[in-house]
Design a protein around this ligand. Structure first.
Ligand code: KG4
Ligand code: ZN
Length: 345
């Protein structure tokens, strides 16, 4: 009888303002530690140099804690993975270099992982897994992508944003309304008390039908505020109405493309991933599609929606299983390389 050994996989994520270390036993998460750099709030955005320094300080203690939690020693780790990009180069360098150093000294294989691929497959961390082909919407602070995923190695890009990411639009509108960062949760809360039909904000019509654009919507909110509240004083009920109407428009723009893709491609599962997947209205809209299109809906739990190393370790393990061989020359990269994903003709 074939004996299949379980592998202990170490994952390191340091692409932006979260340092995360995870240990998986095959696909099972044993530890997923996340340290968030809240201090960037004071600057209104992530300061790259401060981010790198903070990653450097915390990455080793996080690895030590993950090993203690799982009762493992470094020598028990069989595979080492880290995010190589996209992200802030200085931040990525910390996790990537640490992982490569461990791989070299422990003589264990190393797999560099694309952060977006980590998000795409994060639904596979759940007990109920997506089935191929799966339609995936990635919505985070930095990315908005609609993908048709046919297997572990066949990822087709249907559309992406031509300007702001969905989370970025939430954050920018939040700032206009005087809420703090991150904006998504605060807009969602304010929206829950408002009337989403009170203001008609526009949804962009694009030539490339699966693409997204949110800068027009953002400008429309700004114009509305300037025209209707020139003094800058906005009552709570007006704030709630603006939040609700903005949220409705943004979610409608996302759903329009998702529904179009479901009509054009037969899929078995639907998955919603990334930080904006925390939004309850967006989740409900996805739930509402499952019956009509006869698909299962897989959404990662909240700790796997925002940036985390469990998804990086899982993706590294998947690549390792498909025969991918990483090497220690892997370099960090700031954005998704053109042609990284497949294109449908
Ligand atoms: O994936 P994530 O944690 O970080 C990266 O960008 O990689 O996503 C963060 C984004 C922020 O823009 C935040 O405003 C948004 O996710 N977000 C939400 C909600 N919770 C977080 N957007 C809408 N509704 C939410 N409940
Ligand atoms: Zn992310």
């Amino acid at each position: 009888m074939a004996f299949t050994r379980r592998l202990n996989i170490l994952g390191i994520e340091s692409s932006c303002d979260e340092t995360s270390v995870a240990i998986l036993s095959n696909e099972e998460v044993k530890a997923n530690l996340i340290s968030s750099q809240h201090f960037h709030k004071a600057y209104g955005g992530v300061v790259p140099e401060l981010s790198s320094r903070a990653h450097l300080q915390i990455v080793k203690p996080l690895i030590d804690s993950a090993l203690t939690m799982t009762n493992l020693k470094l020598k028990d780790i069989n595979l080492i993975t880290a995010t190589a990009g996209p992200g802030l180069i200085g931040a990525l360098l910390v996790g990537l270099t640490f992982a490569k150093g461990l791989s070299f000294s422990l003589k264990k294989p190393f797999i560099p992982v694309n952060h977006i691929e980590g998000h795409i497959f994060s639904g596979f961390l759940m007990e109920r897994k997506p089935e191929f082909p799966v339609l995936v919407l990635v919505v985070s602070g930095g990315h908005t992508l609609l993908l048709l995923v046919k297997s572990l190695t066949e990822i087709y890009k249907l559309g992406t944003t031509v300007d702001d990411a969905a989370g970025e639009a939430f954050d920018k509108v939040s700032k206009m309304l005087g809420f703090g960062y991150p904006g998504g949760p605060q807009i969602e809360l304010s929206a829950s008390k408002g009337d989403e039909t009170s203001i008609k904000f526009p949804i962009a019509e694009l030539k490339d039908q699966y693409n997204f654009s949110f800068s027009g919507l953002k400008t429309a909110v700004l114009r509305y505020i300037q025209t209707n509240h020139p003094s800058g004083n906005i009552s709570e009920s007006d704030l709630n109405n603006i939040s609700a109407s903005f949220q409705k428009a943004l979610i409608s723009a996302l759903m329009k493309n998702v529904v179009l893709a479901l009509n054009n491609y037969k899929v078995k599962s639907l998955s919603l991933v990334g930080g904006v997947a925390a939004n309850k209205k967006l989740r409900n809209e996805f739930e509402n599609l499952t019956e009509k299109f006869n698909v299962s809906f897989i959404i990662p739990s909240l700790e796997y929606c925002s940036d985390n190393a469990a998804m990086i370790a899982l993706r590294g393990y998947q690549l390792y299983q498909t025969g991918f061989v990483g090497n220690l020359n892997a370099k960090p990269y700031p954005s998704i390389p053109e042609n990284h994903f497949l294109k449908l003709n």
